[in-house]
Design a protein around this ligand. Structure first.
Ligand SMILES: *[C@@H]1O[C@H](CO)[C@@H](O)[C@H](O)[C@H]1NC(C)=O
Length: 199
């Protein structure tokens, strides 16, 4: 009996980690600015992406590797507007959570922020062939679809934006996710044990 309770309590807390991503935050300066901080993450299945919004109007919208700046009909955080007076790391900034359900790459851009071609993109679990750097390069050359034409029929012209033009894929350094995962797991473990003790 007790061991069944223990297992059912233990697993959810230990396995899910949060990957907080600042939207409208410059990942190199740490200040309010363009894009996502960090712009590439590697969550595991069951983990959560926590989009945390900075001053201005921003949205996290799912796209595709080949068309980084066009919504693909998948996830859309909705437009989040944050007052300019709030500092970059003010408490209780608006945030939304998205669970990662598999290990496939996911691609996002800041549609409301409007600077996708300048690099306001996020790579989730990029691969060795579809790298975060290549996604940014695709964004830089992307043609922005008109927001009014919400028809979902793709034009079908791949226009050679895919990789394979001979540019070597830059190596991706693994982001320092280990520490965050460890902390989350420690909390989960402590919480699970506390609950277990109560049973
Ligand atoms: C994962 O599954 C949940 C529940 O069905 C869904 O709300 C969420 O959008 C999914 N995540 C992604 C990245 O599609």
């Amino acid at each position: 009996m007790r061991s069944i309770h223990f297992a059912s309590l233990f697993l959810p807390f230990v396995l899910a980690a949060d990957f907080t991503v600042g939207v409208g935050k410059d990942e190199t300066t740490g200040k309010k600015g363009l894009g996502f901080d960090p712009s590439s993450i590697n969550p595991a299945v069951g983990d959560f992406i926590v989009f945390e919004f900075r001053s201005g109007s921003h949205s996290a919208v799912q796209s595709t590797f080949d068309n980084p700046c066009t919504g693909n009909g998948g996830y859309n955080s909705g437009v989040q507007t944050v007052d300019d007076s709030l500092s970059v790391d003010a408490p209780n900034l608006p945030s939304v959570r998205l669970q990662v359900n598999d290990t496939n790459p996911l691609w996002f851009f800041d549609e409301a922020g409007g600077l996708c071609t300048k690099g306001a993109v996020l790579s989730v679990n990029p691969s060795t062939t579809q790298t975060a750097a290549a996604f940014k390069a695709n964004a830089a050359s992307a043609v922005i679809a008109s927001k009014t034409s919400s028809s979902t029929s793709p034009s079908g012209s791949a226009s050679g934006s895919a990789a394979g033009s001979g540019t070597p894929a830059p190596a991706q350094s693994a982001p320092p996710n280990g520490a965050e995962r460890l902390v989350t797991s420690a909390y989960g473990l402590a919480f699970s044990l506390a609950l277990w003790a109560l049973l």
